[in-house]
Design a protein around this ligand. Structure first.
Ligand code: OAD
Length: 245
C-alpha cells in the first residue's frame, strides 16, 4: 500500500485531525459489525432489539442481547487501529475521535478526546427517574430495576431516538475545524452521524477513507484506502513519523 503523497503533504501542515469511526474499527478486535457479510442486522432485526418500543414490549429479550454484546466487548481488546489513533496525538496539537461505537474501545486504548454519538454500553440509566447506573447491574427476572421501581436501560441510542446533543454539537465543531478528517470502518448510512462526512466536505477538510469496502461516501473522499484499519492506520503512522521528525 502506497501512502498517497497528497495525504502526506496535508499531514505535514495539518494541526487538527478527526477520526470518525464505525463498527469496522472494532472488527479486528472480534466485535461483529452491523452490516456486510457477517453483520448483526443480517441475522437480527433492529425493530426487535434496538428501539424503545421493543424494549417496553420485551425488556428481557433486549437485555439478553445487550448482556451478550457486553460479554463480547469485555472479552475484547483495542487493536492496532485504535492504538494508531492514540499515537497521532504525539504529532498534532488536536486529535479528536468521533465514534458511532458503544464499545468503549477508543477510551480503553487511551484516546483523550472521544465523542460518543450512539452512547456507551458500559453506562445505563433508569427510564423513570433517569438515575445513572454505571457499575455492575443486578438482574431480577432478567431485568435490572432502579431503586424507584423503574426499569434500567442501556445508555445507547436506539432507532428513532435523538443523539446526545452535547456529543453531536462537539462533533460538528471538531469536524468543521478539522484539517484532515479520517472516515474509518463505517458504512456511513446512519444519520445524523453520517452527515458529518458531508460537513467535513463542505468545510474543506481533506477526507481520507479507510474501509475494507466501497461505501456511500467513498466518492466524496479525497483519498480511499481499501483494507483493514488495523493495518492501514499503523502504516500511515509510520509515514507520519518519518515526515514529522
Ligand atoms: P456498519 O456495520 O454499518 O459498517 C461497518 C463498516 O466497516 C463497513 O463499511 C465495512 O466495510 C467496514 N469494515 C469491516 N471491517 C473493517 C476493518 N477491519 N477495517 C476497516 N473497515 C472495516 O457499522 P456502522 O457504520 O458503525 O447504530 O453502523 C452505524 C450504526 O448502525 C451503528 O452505530 C449502529 C448501527 O445500527 C445504532 O445502534 C444507533
Amino acid at each position: 500500500m502506497e501512502v498517497d503523497s497528497r495525504l502526506i503533504n496535508k499531514l505535514k501542515e495539518a494541526e487538527k485531525i478527526v477520526f470518525f469511526t464505525g463498527a469496522g474499527i472494532s472488527a479486528e478486535s472480534g466485535i461483529p459489525t452491523f452490516r456486510g457479510e457477517d453483520g448483526i442486522w443480517n441475522k437480527l432485526s433492529p425493530e426487535e432489539l434496538a428501539n424503545f418500543n421493543a424494549f417496553m414490549r420485551n425488556p428481557k429479550l433486549v437485555w439478553e442481547w445487550y448482556q451478550y454484546r457486553k460479554n463480547i466487548i469485555h472479552n475484547s481488546k483495542p487493536n492496532a487501529g485504535h492504538y494508531a489513533m492514540v499515537e497521532f496525538e504525539k504529532y498534532f496539537p488536536s486529535v479528536t475521535v468521533i465514534t458511532q461505537n458503544v464499545d468503549n474501545l477508543h477510551k480503553r486504548a487511551g484516546s483523550k478526546i472521544v465523542y460518543e454519538l450512539h452512547g456507551n454500553i458500559e453506562r445505563n440509566f433508569c427510564i423513570k427517574c433517569k438515575k445513572r447506573y454505571d457499575t455492575e447491574l443486578e438482574f431480577l427476572d432478567g431485568i435490572p430495576k432502579c431503586d424507584c421501581g423503574g426499569m434500567i436501560r442501556p445508555d445507547v441510542v436506539w432507532f428513532g431516538e435523538y443523539l446526545p446533543a452535547d456529543q453531536l454539537k462537539n462533533s460538528e465543531l471538531a469536524t468543521i475545524s478539522s484539517d484532515v478528517f479520517f472516515v474509518v470502518g463505517t458504512s456511513a448510512v446512519v444519520y445524523p452521524a453520517a452527515g458529518l462526512v458531508y460537513t467535513a466536505r463542505q468545510y474543506g477538510s481533506f477526507i481520507v477513507e479507510v474501509n475494507t469496502e466501497t461505501t456511500e461516501v467513498s466518492k466524496i473522499c479525497d483519498v480511499n484506502f481499501q483494507g483493514k484499519a488495523g493495518e492501514i492506520l499503523p502504516r500511515i503512522l509510520d509515514k507520519l513519523k518519518k515526515i514529522k521528525y
